[in-house]
Design a protein around this ligand. Structure first.
Ligand code: ATP
Length: 582
């Protein structure tokens, strides 16, 4: 909460202006019954028209003044609330960018989206209401009671007794409603999650004829959302009849007691009218409370959810900046007894790994699905932290590099080629800030995608649909390799990134990589690719099963021989590798 209120600090002057104008509006509203009492008692009952004109004129003048104040208040409240929402969203976005994968595993993507959008909008609306009208209702209740007491203390006691009872009741409702609305927001996350999965997997859904199943899944999440929202609203809706019952009862008592005091001459008619007028305004303000409770309870739930993101500690250790702030030079990599388990899980997916790659060298990693190949990759740019052992780059622990410096010289091509909407040029240039057209073209040529791009009507300016939907799998892979190459990496990590390429294109790509002075690790299932590396690492269940050159493994590893045999037959055992590294 403290963190959220700090977003209002830069606008404190405007907030004071808005609150001041709201109080002016409120003051004028609270003075109206007094003027009415004056007009009745000193003007109408005394048959003095000049008094009626004088106080009537003052009433109209103040109303116009308050109306103009209201407009300025509205502009100011709108400016402050929009700026607040903008700043919170910006800050949330930056925080999420800094999240480690372990952090991201804890809060689902759909929930992050709801928090960034719906929750921030709730807070933004609450700030607007807060500056525009929210304080009016409680202030009218308090101010109205005080003003009524200045008119006649005895008669106002009815209000002084009934208002605190109602306030206790409202606070109780508000606390319960905040808890319920937190559940509502969670259910909204659920709806967003189904929507997100559905829209991203639309092709699969259509191909598998799973439309009905998906509609059912959405209905389930949508019904849950409706049920929880109804429960919350039902609680709030009970407040209105209770408030009205108590306040109308109070007005009746005031009228009954007031008529008695008028006959005994203790009070004037205008004064009773003024107190009833205050009681009516208080009742009207209290009726706004049920709506206010909804807004505040929702805002409290949203504030908790947004604050949770701000308070989530980034569980990745930022390197000591004084060490290796000059970045990766040679790119030699060593894994020394490295073990790793995913946060929140019990089983280690990598166990006591030991291997090394010389600067500029190449390593191919092979292994069955789930053997830990991608997990190993993710430890190098520290997308996850190793639990045991150390990973050295240029003989320095990766934890001692500032994160930015470490990642700047690593070209990572993930298993699933992910492209962004925008032009082909922008997608490649995304890999390096300020990449020139020449650099983009050069990277595309080496990634064997330049020819394909040049055949498109708008060439590098061709717009890609969402996630590159208008490209083939192989084209996407090559663009994503070009994006890694454009940054002239010192370490290149290719996670099965050539799987969709035909053998000829893949061979050309591997030859082109020779022009890069970088250490290359390539995860592959193809012997033809692996045998071109300096060294091959065979992983099984997170352990190194065998390590060595193709011609060594042929003799030393039974499993490797089996893989070669399955891909090339008996003659494959005799194939000579053409080393593609430096
Ligand atoms: N985010 C995660 N949280 C928990 N466990 C995970 C996570 N990602 C992967 N795993 C588990 O870690 C193990 C290794 O997965 P990894 O993706 O590294 O395998 P892989 O060898 O790259 O497989 P593939 O060839 O299918 O890509 C698997 O058992 C997998 O279930």
């Amino acid at each position: 909460m403290k963190k959220l209120s700090s977003f209002l600090k830069p606008y404190w002057l405007l907030i004071i202006l808005a609150l001041f104008l709201m109080i002016v509006e409120l003051g004028v509203e609270l003075l109206q019954p007094l003027f009415i009492a004056k007009i009745i008692d000193d003007g109408i009952l005394q048959k003095d028209l000049s008094v009626v004109i004088k106080w009537g004129g003052i009433m109209v003048g103040l109303s116009i003044f308050s109306f103009l104040g209201g407009i300025v208040n509205s502009f100011t409240a709108s400016h402050v609330s929009q700026s607040f929402g903008h700043d919170v969203r910006k800050s949330l976005f930056s925080k999420i960018q800094a999240f480690s994968f372990a952090n991201l595993n804890n809060i689902p993507t759909s929930s992050l989206i709801t928090r960034m959008t719906n929750d921030v909008t709730q807070l933004q609306n609450t700030v607007f209401m807060g500056l525009r009208i929210m304080a009016r209702a409680p202030l009218i209740v308090i101010g109205g009671a005080i003003m009524a007491m200045t008119v006649d203390l005895k008669l106002s006691l009815v209000l002084v007794i009934s208002i605190p009872i109602l306030v206790f009741f409202l606070v109780w409702v508000m606390k319960r409603a905040a808890k319920l609305f937190k559940l509502v927001q969670k259910k909204l996350d659920g709806v967003n999650n189904v929507m997100r999965e559905n829209l991203t997997g639309m092709r699969l859904i259509k191909a598998f004829l799973r439309k009905e199943h998906e509609i059912g899944r959405f209905d389930g999440a949508n019904d849950e959302l409706k049920r929880k929202t109804m429960t919350s609203l039902r609680l709030i809706e009970t407040t209105m009849p209770v408030l009205m019952l108590v306040m109308n009862g109070a007005i009746l008592v005031i009228l009954w007691l007031g008529s008695g005091y008028i006959t005994t001459g203790d009070i004037q008619v205008g004064e009773v009218v003024a107190i009833v007028n205050y009681a009516t305004r208080i009742a009207a303000s209290l009726s706004v409370f049920s709506w206010l409770i909804t807004v505040i309870s929702r805002a409290k739930a949203s504030a908790d959810r947004v604050t949770e993101i701000f308070e989530t500690p980034i569980d990745i250790y930022e390197g000591k900046k004084e060490i290796r702030s000059d970045g990766i030079k040679g790119g030699g990599i060593k894994f020394l007894d490295v073990s790793f388990r995913y946060p929140g899980t019990d089983n280690a997916v990598l166990k006591h790994l030991n291997f090394s790659i010389d600067p500029g060298g190449s390593l191919a990693i092979m292994g069955a699905t789930g053997s830990g190949k991608t997990s190993l990759f993710q430890l190098i740019p520290r997308l996850y932290e190793a639990d045991g052992g150390s990973i050295l780059i240029d003989e320095q622990n990766v934890k001692d590099f500032p994160l930015d410096t470490l990642r700047k010289k690593i070209g990572y091509v993930p298993q699933e080629a992910l492209l962004f909407s925008g032009t082909i040029k922008n997608n490649i240039a995304w890999g390096k800030e300020g990449a020139t057209d020449e650099e983009v073209k050069e990277a595309a040529m080496h990634a064997q995608v330049h020819g394909t791009v040049m055949k498109l009507p708008k060439q590098y300016e061709t717009l890609l649909g969402q996630k590159g939907v208008n490209l083939s799998g192989g084209q996407k892979q090559r663009l994503s390799i070009a994006r890694a190459l454009v940054r002239k990496p010192k370490i290149l990590l290719l996670d099965d990134s050539t799987s969709a390429l035909d053998l000829k294109t893949e061979s050309k790509l591997l030859s082109a990589l020779k022009s890069y002075t970088c250490t290359t690790i390539i995860i592959t299932q193809k012997i033809s690719t692996a045998m071109e590396a300096d060294k091959i690492l065979l992983l099984e269940n997170g352990e190194v099963l065998a390590e060595g050159k193709h011609e060594e493994l042929i003799h030393t590893s039974e499993l490797y021989r089996k893989i070669v045999h399955s891909q090339f037959g008996e003659e494959g055992i005799a194939i000579e590798p053409k080393n593609f590294s430096q």
